[in-house]
Each structure stands twice: as C-alpha cells, then as structure tokens.
Design a protein around this ligand. Structure first.
Ligand SMILES: Nc1ncnc2c1ncn2[C@@H]1O[C@H](COP(=O)(O)OP(=O)(O)OP(=O)(O)O)[C@@H](O)[C@H]1O
Ligand SMILES: [Mg+2]
Length: 359
C-alpha cells in the first residue's frame, strides 16, 4: 500500500501543528518519523489512522481517498505511545480482539480466529504466554502482545507510535531487531515514530526528520549524517559544535580552523556557521591557534576533550583513546574537521536553503 500525502495542514486552536506535509511512503516500506517532542509526529499518525482530520490536504492510500473513509474502513494497525492492553483478557483474547468485535458478516469463524492468533503468537515468540494476563507480563512482552493485536486484523498500514518508549535500552535493542524481522515477514507498509535517532536508523529504510510541523529532510542515515539540509537537522544529528566562520570561495575560514579536508561548497561569500560533530575533528598542534585544550577526560574508549576558543567559547572534541595522538592540557591546536555542514548566516537564520557539504 503506497501512502501519498500532499499539502496536509492541521491547527489546534489556531496554532499550526502540521504546516503542509508532503510525503510518499512506498509499498512495504518501513519509514521512521524522527523529531523532537511536539513536532507533530503523533498528530500525523492520528490523521493517517482516521482518529483526527486535517484542515487541508490529501491522503491517498493505494489510489483510494482515505479522507473519505472512517477509521474502521481504513483497517489500520496502531500501537500507541502509551498502550494499554485489556487487563481482564488473556494474551490470546487481547490479540483476537480486533477480529472478534467485527460485525457478524465480516467476522471470521472461531477456528479461523484461533488459527490467526496461533500464527501471531508464533511469529511474536510468545506462545508460552498465551494464557497469561497483561499484569503477568514484562513491559517488552506487553509490547509484543500490543503489536500482535495490531497485526491480527491484517492491517493495510501499520502505525507504531514510540512503541518501545517506556522500555530500557537493552530490551529496546532486542525488540528493534525483532520488529525488523516481523516487518520482513509481514511486508506491511509501516510508519514508526521515535525520537531516538539510533532506533530510527537501525530500523528504517528511510528516515523523515520533522521539526515544528514540517518535514525538514527525508533520507537514509548517510544522507542525514553527511548532508543535513538545514541547521536544525545538523544539530539534531549530533553536530553540536557551531563555529562562526567567514565563507569565501565556498570555503569556511576562521582563526585556528583548517577546513581543507572539507569539500568546496556553493555557499555565498559572507558570514556563516560551520556545524561539526565532536568525533570528526582532528587536532593539529599549532602555537598560532587560539584553541587551547582545557580539559581531558578518558572514558576508556574515548578521550573527551574540551577546547577553549578565542571568544571564551568551549567546544567538545572526542578522540578514540587508543589511536589518538598525544594531547596536552594548555597546548593550542588547530581544528581540522573531516565532515561538516556549512550554512550562510541567512540560511542558518531561516533554516532555509541548504548548502551541502559532504565528502
Ligand atoms: N488534541 C489536541 N488539542 C490541542 N493541541 C494538541 C492536541 N494534540 C496535539 N496538540 C499539540 O500539537 C503539537 C504536536 O503534538 P504531537 O502529539 O503531534 O507531537 P509529537 O511530535 O508526537 O510529540 P511527542 O514526541 O512528545 O509525542 C503539540 O504542541 C501538542 O501540544
Ligand atoms: Mg507523540
């Protein structure tokens, strides 16, 4: 089922929450929606599910206008951010729920429902839990049951709104791998909401970054990492070092900065901002540089360094401890980034025209 969204807008009490969303989700794709809290991820999912209606725009799924259909008619599988199973029902009955409440004419026979539930229990690796109640399950097991319940109706589209949000990191990692496998077996077109970038990249074919009701960029992990479309995405992707620079002939220049490893861009001459990740900056000893090493901490794997800049600003630099050249407190170093994103101040202010910069 291909999902095509065009010009979708939504306001609550005159506050715009979605400001013109254009998005195509390919048939069978697992797409992650990534963005900070309040950026409109859940609202977009609820509109696709038919739990909320947009003010304007189109939602077409497999050629059909979904805005003309009720939530029931859309056959969506939805696992919510804060999902509650029915506490008085067993796992088996929870999974069967969506099938057993169908109107008589559309309801499968009891034997067929039982078979579907058995298949799902097997797929989700929770056969041994079939007769338990939700209170007798761990958080991760409950999320599997919630997913089983969403899958039981053979959904045309599967929507997952931070389904693992409440679980601890190790369990999330297991469930992620397992969800990927389930997706490969079922082939449902799936939208997965998260605000954890690692989760988004590990799971998804493509990632959509949302900020303040807009789609800022769509791409693979490599696209977003190497060529963030705007400062917001650059920061969101961990480029937390921001250097004020001068752009001349497409290159960033500043005292103590050696940008020679970065490709030339089409950025216009003038003031700009260079976004860097702490782990992609090499330090070259240079007595003429204003950047001075002020702090050095080892985590075993990495050296976490702090450099003090010409205007008193501090930036973090991370080096792999075993392969890092020796560095010493109070010495001065030139910054030599291997990857970076350069935006002219106009673009940085408006978060508009991207100036791409990637090897
Ligand atoms: N029913 C509603 N009435 C009024 N405002 C709402 C309603 N639902 C959502 N909002 C507002 O819309 C904005 C987007 O909310 P939404 O739940 O879509 O964000 P989100 O990206 O899912 O955030 P989170 O990561 O915290 O779940 C927020 O500012 C929220 O307060
Ligand atoms: Mg949400």
């Amino acid at each position: 089922m291909t999902i095509t969204i065009k010009g979708l807008t939504k306001s609550f009490d005159d506050t715009p929450v979605l400001r013109g969303i254009d998005l195509t989700v390919r048939d069978g794709e697992l797409l992650a929606l990534l963005g900070p809290s309040g950026s409109g991820k859940t609202t977009l999912l609820r509109i696709i599910a038919g739990l909320e209606w947009p003010d304007a725009g189109q939602l077409v799924v497999a050629g059909e206008d979904w805005l003309a259909l009720s939530a029931q008619q859309r056959r969506i599988g939805f696992v919510f951010q804060h999902y509650a199973l029915f506490p008085h029902m067993t796992v088996r009955d929870n999974i069967a729920f969506g099938l057993s409440v169908r109107p008589r004419a559309a309801r499968p026979g009891n034997a067929e429902i039982a078979q579907t539930v058995d298949e799902l229990l097997n797929l989700l690796q929770i056969e041994h839990l079939a007769d338990r109640h939700p209170a007798q399950l761990s958080g991760g097991q409950r999320q599997r049951v919630a997913l089983g319940r969403a899958l039981a109706i053979r959904p045309s589209v599967l929507l997952l709104d931070e389904p693992f949000g409440a679980l601890d990191a190790a369990i999330r990692r297991d469930l992620r791998r397992w969800l990927r496998e389930v997706h490969e077996k079922t082939g449902s077109t799936t939208i997965f909401v998260t605000h954890d970038q690692e989760e988004a990249f590990e799971l998804a074919d493509r990632v959509v970054v949302m900020g303040d009701g807009e789609i800022l960029q769509i791409g693979t992990a490599d696209d977003l990492y190497d060529a963030p479309a705007c400062p917001f995405v650059a920061r969101f992707m961990g480029a937390v070092v921001e250097l004020p620079v001068n752009i001349s002939d497409g290159r960033a220049t500043a005292r103590g900065l050696d940008a020679s490893a970065l490709p030339v861009t089409s950025a216009p001459d003038g003031p700009g901002r260079l976004f860097l990740r702490p782990d992609s900056i090499a330090l070259i000893p240079d007595p003429a540089s204003p950047w001075q090493l002020s702090r050095k901490i080892s985590t075993g794997a990495d050296l976490r360094l702090t450099l003090l800049g010409p205007e008193g600003q501090e930036i973090p630099v991370d080096l792999p401890r075993r392969s890092a050249p020796p560095v010493e407190i109070s010495q001065t170093y030139r910054l030599r980034p291997s990857v970076g994103a350069l935006f002219s101040d106009d673009a940085a202010g408006a978060a508009a025209t991207p100036i791409r910069l990637s090897a």
